[in-house]
Write a protein that binds this ligand. Structure first.
Ligand code: FAD
Length: 318
């Protein structure tokens, strides 16, 4: 049996988890899912449609928002009870962190960001290293395989079933909730579309010049019903919130259109956006590394090019 950790935010499912379910279905038809945290049971319908036969819902009054070690403890309890062959999660920062806690509790290895998995003795995996610039074939010597699936490496496949919901009571240690979300603030300035869901991302780098420069990116993103992203220089400088950072230490995205404005194309940034269907670059430097990934490029000053694009979109729409 394959157990898949489903990530969610108060019942709103992370679409990357559906891809992890699809990976699990490719390994076995016996797929269970587990959800941890407030309102987790709300994902039951979707999880069933994507192939889980059972959704295990962790119950403890301290399991509210994200608390990675507490998740590890809940997983440990369920793994000891169900004895799955494999535990999978989506290979985002949260999936990786929760599985790492499980692996640490069990004193087992964990294979992060896999693109292929073959169950065996030992298990065989291919996993992304160095911001997915290198793919490594590895053997995992343990009965239980704990692995995450590289974001966007699998297309989600709806199989049309339904999941039986089963609750399980979790016993936590006091230390399990030392790290947890204690407050929430809305950070998105891009019109409410999250980076992972957005079909269009207008992303800005150092070339934008400062926080006020993002106004023109927000306007274009709004017109295209998309959202704003950015590079790490931008978040480190405090121009935009970390929730908008694209890349290895930000969010991995795969929109239809990724508009990279004033971004040089460091490998840590490319790791987050290279799955975009179309990449359009606006950069003053014709030698910028990001041009190697561009489907289209406009060599010019973004402060002139973006307003011209916005005006063209408005004109085209009358
Ligand atoms: C461990 C680690 C993890 C990292 N994780 C991430 C990550 O998740 N995401 C990320 O983005 N980075 C990450 N980085 C940082 C990364 O290495 C780069 O430093 C960063 O991506 C560069 O940001 P940038 O492209 O905005 O800035 P720069 O590299 O300074 O590029 C600015 C670009 O803007 C262009 N430009 C300047 N003015 C204009 C203008 N007026 N119009 C048009 N173009 C203009 C320039 O030609 C240049 O190409 C990470 C680094 C490390 C070491």
């Amino acid at each position: 049996m394959i157990l898949v950790l489903i990530d969610h935010d108060r019942g709103e499912l992370d679409p990357l988890s559906l891809r992890a379910l699809t990976s699990a279905r490719a390994l076995s038809s016996d797929v269970h899912a587990v959800v941890i945290g407030k309102d987790g049971a709300k994902v039951a319908t979707e999880v069933g449609e994507y192939g889980a036969q059972v959704l295990h819902v962790a119950v403890n009054s301290d399991l509210t928002d994200y608390a990675p070690m507490a998740s590890g403890r809940a997983l440990l309890q369920l793994v000891n009870e169900l004895k799955p062959e494999v535990v999978l999660a989506a290979g985002g920062p949260r999936g990786n962190e929760q599985l790492a806690h499980l692996a640490a509790f069990m004193d087992l290895p964990m294979a992060a960001e896999c693109t292929t998995i073959k169950i065996g003795n030992p298990h065989e995996v291919t996993r992304a290293r160095w911001a997915a610039n290198i793919f490594e074939d590895a053997l995992v010597h343990s009965d239980l395989l704990i692995a995450s699936v590289l974001a966007f490496s699998v297309e989600p496949l709806q199989v049309g079933g339904s999941a039986e919901v089963k609750e399980f009571e979790v016993k936590l240690e006091p230390a399990d909730t030392l790290v947890k979300v204690i407050g929430r603030a809305s950070e998105s300035k891009g019109g409410g579309v999250s980076l992972t869901d957005a079909k269009v991302i207008v992303s800005g780098g150092r070339g934008v010049g400062g926080p006020e420069g993002f106004g023109i990116l927000e306007e274009l993103a709004g017109l295209l019903e998309g959202t704003v992203g950015c590079s790490r220089v931008v978040t480190s400088s405090g121009w935009r919130p970390h929730a908008e950072q694209v890349g290895q230490t930000g969010t991995k995205v795969a929109p239809d259109l990724y508009l990279a404005c004033g971004i040089s194309g460091a490998m840590q940034h490319i790791a987050g956006c290279k799955n975009s269907k179309t990449i359009v670059v606006i950069n003053t430097d014709p030698e910028a590394p990001i041009l190697a990934y561009a489907d289209y490029a406009i060599i010019g000053d973004l402060h002139k090019v973006i307003p011209a694009l916005t005006a063209a979109v408005k004109a085209a729409r009358g």
